[in-house]
Design a protein around this ligand. Structure first.
Ligand code: KIV
Length: 268
């Protein structure tokens, strides 16, 4: 019998049963299909597509159209059988609540995603409530928020001071109260992330926030060795860059030396 597609209640149940939730980013159909085949619980089409795939240096330039394009590919790749979160890009949910709701709807109606993710603390609480009430499941994201990089002047670890830790806790509680079904904690110090995890009934998904979260998310190009560098919060599970380099070099050599194509590769 085919496995049932996960829903927001699947992840709440996993938290209750203390089963770790495994999230991975995906940006294209074949990678998404493989990740789900290997047991990844849910996919995030992160705005990290900007740095990971599109050649931008930050996530700021990513547009709604670019994000939706990759969401559609991931949803098609998993034949709509995986839980897919679309990550709302910079300025797609800030101009007005109306704009935010209409943009969120595009992830569900046009791209076929199951939920959206948006960055921010207290300032997005009313929006999370509006979206959830309207029927859009929201994954919140606090701690290091890459869309704030220009205001913050860089990427900062979150929760180091007592005040910062308390603020994160209050944000997490308010986002849960507003209806978020899950919350990403990015680069939050491990003790603070663990405390937040214990205080919430929705699952926390950590990245660089320690093992005390209910689940983990990684950027797929980091774990596959395609990012060019390895952030502290990531682990490299494969060195695809070397494998691709070898393959491309062999292909170039074969064409230049006449080894490829052979008669087997030609239509007669
Ligand atoms: O865009 C992204 O990939 C993310 C994860 C790092 C959580 O937001």
């Amino acid at each position: 019998m085919a496995e049932q597609k996960p829903s927001v209640s699947t992840f709440r149940k996993m938290k209750r049963e203390q089963k770790p939730v495994v999230m991975l980013t995906a940006y294209d159909a074949p990678t998404a299909a493989l990740a789900v085949k290997c047991g990844v619980d849910l996919l995030l089409v992160g705005d990290s597509v900007g740095n990971a795939i599109l050649g931008y240096t930050t996530t700021i330039p990513v547009t709604m159209e670019e994000s939706l394009h990759h969401c559609r590919a991931v949803v098609r790749g998993t034949r709509s059988n995986a839980f897919v979160i679309g990550d709302m890009p910079f300025m797609s949910y800030h101009a007005s609540e109306e704009q935010a709701l209409l943009n969120a709807a595009k992830y569900l109606q046009d791209a076929g995603c199951d939920a959206v993710k948006l960055e921010g603390g207290m300032e997005v609480v009313p929006l999370v409530k509006r979206m959830t009430t309207a029927g859009v499941p929201v994954c919140a994201h606090i701690g290091l928020c890459p869309q704030q990089v220009k205001v913050q002047g860089g990427y900062r670890i979150a929760g180091r001071s007592g005040d910062a830790a308390e603020r994160l806790m209050q944000e997490a509680l308010a986002l849960e109260e507003a209806g978020a079904f899950m919350i990403v904690l990015e680069c939050v110090t491990a003790p603070v992330a663990e405390k937040i995890t214990q205080a919430l009934s929705i699952p926390t998904i950590g990245i660089g926030s320690g093992a005390g979260c209910n689940g983990q998310v990684q950027v797929v190009t980091d774990i596959l060795g395609l990012s060019g560098y390895l952030p502290k919060h990531a682990k490299r599970y494969a060195d695809l860059a070397s494998i691709m380099e070898n393959a491309f070099t062999s292909y170039v050599e074969d064409v230049r030396s006449g080894k490829f194509p052979t008669s087997e590769n030609a239509h007669q």
